[in-house]
Design a protein around this ligand. Structure first.
Ligand SMILES: Nc1ncnc2c1ncn2[C@@H]1O[C@H](COP(=O)(O)OP(=O)(O)O)[C@@H](O)[C@H]1O
Ligand SMILES: [Mg+2]
Length: 429
């Protein structure tokens, strides 16, 4: 096991067309240690910047989830750590080793891809054993003759096969992993004879068998149906706990992020936005992007004016905030701010100055809870998503009064989207 450190990591791709020229040209990209005249660095003036200023540490044994919208650079970052993509700038360490220039094989990292990448002509046993045969510990390496005999007799009936010491060790490892993932009965099948969920397990098994320092998983559940995704999610978390292997798990799914990670790193447009445990991200998002991305349905935003000491004014309502807001709001007197309210922090109430008069546009009754889409009664363009308990029947076109829990609100600066009153603990902007 080992920690993983990203230090000032940059990535840009050479631009192909004039319109590809991007912000990369005004960024001074740090030099890669031990390397000079990196080809990508040289061409950085005409390049597309994909990752910028990535600085964070994944602790030894930690389960870190990297989450962000499609195209924000998650796979690129993982591939750089795995050695499948060159760095444009910065350094990556696994444990105390600088791995920038090491080939993938030497990094002691196992990756699970979205499409599983199984060898179609090899059965499950050999798919799991394949990586082991290449990377097995030198001390276990058998003499040439033994290996040749093993290879030549591999397709013969079991009793006639020759097993080298190395192959015996591999068999032990494959069996251990097959047992762990409950795929013992599948060992002789080819990938085309497996369901999506079974393929996913084999891919996971192949990574686990290598007993690497670090697991990388790139959207490994996205090809599974919803039910299987939920159960496999839990199994991966349990396995990771059991094995204690440092893991970086990439997803665009905020539910996977919330339920799986010790910590979540939220990314957008090639930059880390916030790194924190799931509930801290949910309760204290550092900016509007994080607030909107984590939580489903997403947070609502309404433009309000702050009047000291503790009032937020909107043409349709006035909200009095708890006293804890006095300090964070110093300096924002009479300023326009964005009020953020999660759908689950509204409740049905009666007509009053602090409540919102709304009209219902859409009702999704799920039984246990009901999702509403509503608009402000006097401001048709302001729509809100509301989540309430499922026991009250609500009709489209109905007028409602919504109360906001003032202890649960968020405030953001209108221009930058930064949160008011949240300091970026442990975060490198
Ligand atoms: N080989 C490449 N050449 C140029 N641009 C690339 C290349 N690979 C990825 N990109 C770009 O890098 C960005 C990040 O891609 P990726 O890391 O795959 O995102 P994610 O995994 O978050 O969906 C995308 O805008 C993508 O178009
Ligand atoms: Mg990707």
């Amino acid at each position: 096991m080992a920690k993983v450190v990203f230090e000032n990591v940059y990535k840009s791709y050479p631009g192909r067309r004039a319109e590809d020229v991007s912000v990369a040209s005004d960024i001074s990209i740090p030099k890669i240690e031990g390397k000079t005249n990196h080809p990508l660095q040289k061409s950085s003036n005409h390049s597309v910047s994909v990752l910028r200023n990535i600085n964070f540490t994944v602790e030894d044994g930690e389960f870190m989830v990297l989450v962000g919208p499609s195209g924000c650079g998650k796979s690129t970052l993982l591939r750089m750590l795995a050695g499948l993509e060159e760095l444009t700038g910065g350094n990556i360490y696994v444990g105390d080793r600088l791995v920038n220039s090491l080939p993938p094989k030497a990094r002691d990292i196992a990756m699970v891809f979205q499409n599983y990448a199984l060898y179609p002509h090899l059965n499950v046993y050999d798919n799991i054993a394949f990586g082991l045969r290449r990377t097995v510990n030198q001390s276990l390496k058998s003499p040439w003759l033994e290996n040749t005999l093993t290879g030549l007799t591999r397709s013969l009936p079991k009793a006639l096969r020759y097993l080298s010491a190395q192959e015996k060790e591999i068999t032990k490892r494959v069996k251990y992993v097959a047992n762990l993932l409950q795929i013992e009965s599948l060992l002789t099948r080819l990938p085309k004879e497996l369901s999506g969920g079974q393929k996913q397990r084999v891919a996971l098994g192949r990574a686990i068998a290598r007993n690497p320092q670090v697991f990388l998983m790139d959207e490994p559940l996205s090809n599974l149906d919803a039910k299987l995704r939920t159960s496999t999610r839990a199994q991966i978390v349990q396995l990771q706990r059991q094995l204690g292997t440092t893991t970086i798990y990439v997803t665009h799914d905020q539910i996977e992020a919330m339920t799986m990670g010790d910590r979540i790193a939220v990314m957008n447009e090639g930059k880390i936005q916030q790194i924190a445990p799931p509930l801290e991200i949910y309760h204290h998002p550092v900016n509007r992007f994080v607030a909107e991305f984590i939580g489903s349905p997403p947070m609502n935003f309404i433009s309000v004016t702050y009047v000291a000491p503790l009032t937020l004014i909107h043409p349709q309502f006035r909200l009095t905030l708890p006293e804890t807001w006095i300090k964070p709001l110093q300096g924002y007197k009479e300023k326009q701010l964005l009020l953020g309210i999660r759908p689950e922090h509204f409740s049905l109430s009666t007509s009053s100055e602090q409540n919102l008069a709304v009209v219902v546009d859409l009702v999704e009754a799920l039984g246990n809870e009901t999702y509403l889409s509503v608009h402000l009664a006097e401001e048709k363009n302001t729509t809100l998503q509301v989540k309430i308990s499922g026991d009250k029947a609500i009709a489209i076109g109905e007028s409602l009064h919504l109360a906001i829990d003032p202890h649960k609100i968020h405030l953001f600066l209108e221009d930058t989207g930064e949160s008011v009153g949240i300091t970026r603990v442990g975060f490198n902007k």
